[in-house]
Structure formats: C-alpha cells, structure tokens
Write a protein that binds this ligand. Sequence first.
Ligand code: ZN
Length: 491
Amino acid sequence: MPRPRIAIAELSHETNAFAAQRVDLAFAERCGIVRGPAVIARARETATVVAGFIDAAEELGFELVPLLAVWITPAGVVTQEAYETLVGELIAGLHTAASIDGVLLSLHGAMVAEHVLDADGELLRRVRATVGPHVPVLAVLDLHANISPLMVEQADILIGYHTYPHLDQRERGRQAGHLLVRLLHGTIRPTAALVKPPMLPTSQRMTTDQPPMRTLMERAAELERDRRVLDVTIAGGFPPADVPEAGLSVLITTDDDPILARQLAEELAALAWELRSGFLGGVASWEEAADAIRSIRRGPLVLVDIADNPWSGGPGDSVELLRFLLREGVRPAALALVRDPEVVEQCYRAGVGATVEVSLGGKTDDLHGPPLAVRGTIQLLSDGRYVNAGPMHAGVTVDLGRTVVLRVDGIDVLVTERAESPIDLNVFRAHGIEPTEQRVVALKGKGHFRAAFEPIAERIVLVEGPGITGSDLRRLPFRHIRRPIWPLDLA
Ligand SMILES: [Zn+2]
C-alpha cells in the first residue's frame, strides 16, 4: 500500500450565543489562520491536537496534507460570511488535494453560526459529502463540546478530550491518527452510541481531577480497557452556546458492537445523572473572598472571576475584580486581564512612566458591570505576545494585542487590546510581573488556569461578578436549549 495521504485541518470555536462580539472574518483572521505547510510548522512540538496528528503521521508513516488551521478565541456567534468562507476553504482544499485517503479534524463541538445552530455537525456533513462514504473522517472534540447526533452520524469516529484543564489534546490527536490507520487497514469497524441525559452543567466544577468528573473519567478509563471499546468520550458541554444539543454527552465507540456501545453509554449517562449535584456550587461570595484574603499567610491567593471568562466568550472587560481589590486595599496584587483598546491607546500615547486617569473597562455591553475611574502609572508597554510555558498549551504563542501594565494603588493590571484567558504564568512574567511575589493574583477564568496556577497558589477562590459566563444559568435568556433540563427545570 502506498503511503496514505491524510488531510488535516483545525477549525475550532466555542460560541457563547450571548456574547456581543460576533466572529466575523476579521476576528477569525486576528486569531491567526494558517494554511498549507504552515499548519504543521506552527503546531509542531506544541501541546495541541494538530501536534498529535503530526506525531501519529511520523509514527505510522502516513503523509499529511495540511489544509488550514485556526483556533478562534471563544466569542459570539460566527457570521454566515465567516463560516461559509472558512468551511468553504476547507472543502475546496479537500476537492483540490488529489486522492485523499482520510481526514483528521480538530474541532470544538460547540460552534454556532448565525445561520446554522449545529455548525460542527454541518461542517462534518459537508466534509462527508465531499470525500464520500468510504474515506474515513475522524474528529477530535473539546471536553466542552455539545455533541449532536449529526456530528456522530457524519464522522467515523469522534474523540473528546479526557482532561480539564485540557492537558491531553496532543494525546487525543495522536489517538485519532492511530484509529484512522486501523480503519484504513480494515481491522476495526466503529459503531457509536450517543446518550445525552437532560443535564446542562456549568464548568466551574467540571475539572477532571475532582469529583464528579474524576469519577466519570475513572469509569471511562475502566471501560476503555475492554478491547471491544475503541473510545469513551464524556463531554461536559457548553450551556451558553444555547443550542438544542447543549449539555453533557456520553459517546461510546465500540468495534462492531452497537449493542455494547449503547449499553455502556446508558450506564455512564446514568452515573452522570446520579452525580449531577456535584457540578453545582464551588463559587464564593465576595464577603467570603474578603475573609480569605485577610487570612493569607504567604500568598498568593489566586482569585478568579468566572463570569467574565474570555475562553467562555466573556468580553474580558469587567473590572469587578479590580473594584474589589481596591476596596479591600490588597497589595501587592496582579490582575490579568482587562480588555480595553481605548485605554491601551491612551497609555501608548502617554508613554512609560506617565500617570493617567482613565475610565477602565465595562464598555462592551451592560452585562459586565460599569467602567471604573482609575488613576495609574504606566509600568510597561508591550506587544502582548508570549509563549506558554505550560503544561496546558505549552509552546503555543499567545497574542493579547498591544498590552499595558497599569499600576493602580499597588495593583498591576494588564490592560490589553484582545481578550484571552490567562492560563499560563508567562502572562505575568512576560510583562515583568512575578506572580509568586503577589498577595493576590486575580484572573478571569474557569478551570484551565489551575494547570499552571494551582502549584503556586496558597489557596484558590472562585467568585463571580456580573457576566455571561458564570455559574448561574438563570441569568441567560436561553432560546434554543432543550427543556425541561437540569438544573433549570429539573431537580
Ligand atoms: Zn474546553
């Protein structure tokens, strides 16, 4: 058999239907689209799915045909033009590339376009229509995917991450490559079962190192030891996508045993339902956070606002953490981040060392609190680019746009042009701030920050200001989710 030619592509977006920032082409381009050989060059030796595809190709000797790759920062719905352009380019690439033997995709599984609710399912449908029924199509999905029957139907195998923080992306990409080759050799015949209990958990307690997800993942690992089981995926889902398929999914792929797949998926779904109350809570009140700060010994206390998490589609411009830290007189402290391009521009004009009076944040919409008038000195101006030390997304370059370190009453605030979740210590170190020397390190996040910040934290406290990414789903005016669903309608 000649070397198989495997097309690879990444088109990943987690859509928060309530976010004001729509994903148009300019937004997607700003996130960094690469094409052809650059797909491989950028991903090599990073902790990403595409790097796992490359690993598998090198181990098993298949040829990669890289089409395009973009990881679009979570935000609002994808415009029709952006979706059609990017998916159209992927499909055109498949048409143009001669004799493709298989397709490996890195998707999120919670993308929504303004004209297609199940944007990943539709993407897979078009890929399948292009390559035909006999060319294997495998996709790796995020742990926060809202898996739909259409996605399952159109792909040969779907594989979800096993970890949150997502530390196994490269391993899952590699697994997909290995399963693809087994499919090409005709040694497996995948049969999948998808079961979706009526559950819509939020993710502040979805990290896989603690129950209930740890319990579910341990059971999944046991099931995967059975040779008849090719993959067990438990996706926690992403509620703010506001689609009928939003919520927890169990997807089991067996080798030619649909009855076993169904039976095991039902079993795991029942276990998830039984453990559902474990997904609730985990968020402190601001008073409790203030008490925790008063009892810090060495620090840092890592204080995280989950309601304006950029990687759940939050605008990143809430200033509730800063308002709180100033009120409590906490110093030294460092905060990542407040997205405010207007203030960045003002600071760039003023220059390093200048003192400025600005109206900071709270400008995107009226859902994330009002702006805050502050007086600060400009410590540093940067291009906002740094490389993650890891473990999560190790080797990946982050681009915050032009960035300012503004010192306000002993608190160093990263003010940026773009919003990304601060998941790596280098978000501070690249800007001359040592996180371990702070009393409080304040972040916008949910779970990913734990991979890098838990080891340096004396204590972690989650809080929530106003915002669209918090734990209280009653804040969100859902239109498309299935009802009744837990925890909104069912106990
Ligand atoms: Zn995720």
